[in-house]
Design a protein around this ligand. Sequence first.
Ligand SMILES: [Fe+2]
Length: 297
Amino acid sequence: MEEVASKGFAGTKGSIEGPYYVPGAPHRGSHGAVPMRQNEAGTPLRWRGRVTSTDGHALEHATVELWQADADGLYSQFAPGIPDWNLRGTCSVDSEGRFEIRTIRPAPYQIPTDGACGKLIAAAGWHAWRPAHLHVKVSAPGHELLTAQLYFPGDEHNDDDIASAVKPELMLNPRPAPDGDGETVVYDFVLDPVPACTRLPSGGSPMLFHVRMDVHLPHDMDPDVRAETVAREKDYSQRLQRSGKWPHLWRIAGEYSNISVFDVESTDELHELLSSLPLFPYMTIKVTPLATHPSKV
Ligand SMILES: [Fe+2]
């Protein structure tokens, strides 16, 4: 299904999302470490990369969302005893589209073998192993969302992945770090622009949407989580404003609400921008498409 959806794309190859994605991973800037436990087990991995469009220009408003298993092959938010958001982070890029993420090399793991999936695996005589991999979602305004997995050479399950998701283009090339502390790797992403055929006919005029957002944060929300989420919302919204995608942002006096105008290329792009807001899970959103008024002078 993923191959059919991305057929005709010229950018970086995608791969399946898998079951362990959780939206809203903490933002770590353009050069930072994903959240980790003290003395997180595993080989330190320093990953540098760049996000560009298919014509080569840097996508300075791109984000790279990373999630991965730990050195025991376990995911936070799914395995017990691991802090939420461990080894999950969202990286922005700098003005040249560059980012650096510090993490650890993940371990291979077996997919769950209970339920119908386990019966199928047993009946077919397969094993349940996936090779070690990093999961990413890479997004930028006006571009297709890329969901991919990156793999490590030499993994014994690269050739018999139970999910059949390994592609040679998604193979990393880790090297020993010059300072002797783990490994470094360089991997860049190229995103495909949203094709014109998915844009609504607009007669050449901008696609403007009036958007009202009402925020309802839970009263019992942890104060630190609340402060961190609001800070990420501010950072993300300011980057969108600077990109020209969010030209008007007005507070509604006396309410935790705003009236905004978005200037986007497609309804898909508007949805992507809104659903990426850190406060999105806590919002009621009303979208009104705007058209040119015939009496406008
Ligand atoms: Fe995975």
